[in-house]
Ligand binder design. Sequence first.
Ligand code: HEC
Ligand code: HEC
Length: 371
Amino acid sequence: MLRIVVCIALATAFFACGRQDEWLPPQDRQVPHLPAIPYDYTNVVLPEHFLEPALGFFEYVPASNTTTDEGATLGRVLFYDKLLSASGTVSCASCHRQPSGFADPKPGSKGHAGGITPRNASHLVNLRYNFQLFWDLRANGLENQVLVPVQDVLEMGLTLDQLIERVSNAAYYPALFESAFGDPAVSADRIARALSQFIRSIISFQTRYDQGVANGFSDFTASETLGMQLFYNGITRCNQCHMTHNFYSPDAFNNGLDTVYADAGLGALTGEPADMGKFKVPSLRNVALSAPYMHDGRFATLEEVIAHYNGGVQPHPFLDERLTAEMETGGTPYALGLTADEQTALVDFLKTLTDEGLVSDVRFSDPFTGQ
Ligand code: HEC
Ligand code: HEC
């Protein structure tokens, strides 16, 4: 009763009684350090093979939110700003780390109040080629996805009103919103658009594999060449799910991790038996940086992943046909029987997909450091 009375009294001063944002930024909070002329996020010349029809078909850049250098710059600041979490301790980048290819090196990520996420944080590379996001594909389009973690009670724990209030009150944002959108008004829609522009500009296309596509793989080692042949040889069927030069699929599949899934992925969402254990096929670009692997981060190394495909695939009733001996959904898991050298070769090939430049690219780095 007393609480209600106090609340009503306070409500005269604060219109959102009980939902007041109690966390205030420390006085000595860092400010972002930005270049006088924004970095170039827009004049990116993609190699020829990135213009393949399959990638173009799945590319999703809404006409209402094409990327500008100023928009992506604002997105970069928001991405690294701990103001975006209730306790002020977590930013998007706390779980999506640049040195790890924008993934988290831990199987579960620590949220704003210390809780651990049940799933492994996805990497954020080449998401411009994805419309459906999250491991269970539950979000459509980045603009709709990026405000989900902000409002997630475990991850960042803010309401949209609190988010807008905090961003509006930080001294460095008005000028950034003005540059990006023409006036300093802060809205959830603008925050979502800027974050999406930033994430869409994280494109990875400068790897030894990409050089190889251009020069006929002339500098691949014998093991890398063998690994590439195995990846594409129709026996491992790796490339039938990890497709295109982005090594991914816009669909979700069951790759036989368990006979009964604790987390049913797409199936938990749709309730359809045939969707049980289906998860997004992440791009394998930078996969050597983004350990641990799978939706729950169960495999610590690429060697463990290959061992899974080689002989550890489980007989799930809806195991994807490509991982079965009979090529029938739910069939007998296909034991690849690769030699130790062949398994190493597959790992060596996957390592050619690492884009060293991306992890040190200043355009995607933390603007709050170095102050
Ligand atoms: C506490 C850790 C944490 C924070 C903070 C966090 N994320 Fe995530 N993020 C995750 C996890 C875990 C997943 C996978 C969740 C799932 O699929 O159910 C994920 C998934 C994503 C995806 C989907 C990628 C894909 O390939 O489908 C995007 C995009 C994303 N996060 C962007 C962001 C942005 C933008 C922010 C900041 C506004 C943010 N995240 C903050 C942990 C975090
Ligand atoms: C039936 C489709 C399918 C086939 C065939 C397949 N994969 Fe996968 N792959 C997936 C799915 C789905 C996931 C994510 C599963 C999950 O997290 O629950 C995945 C995950 C991975 C990952 C972990 C990625 C990450 O970021 O966590 C690697 C590495 C990988 N696969 C490599 C391979 C290799 C190498 C082959 C061939 C030996 C192969 N895959 C064959 C569907 C497939």
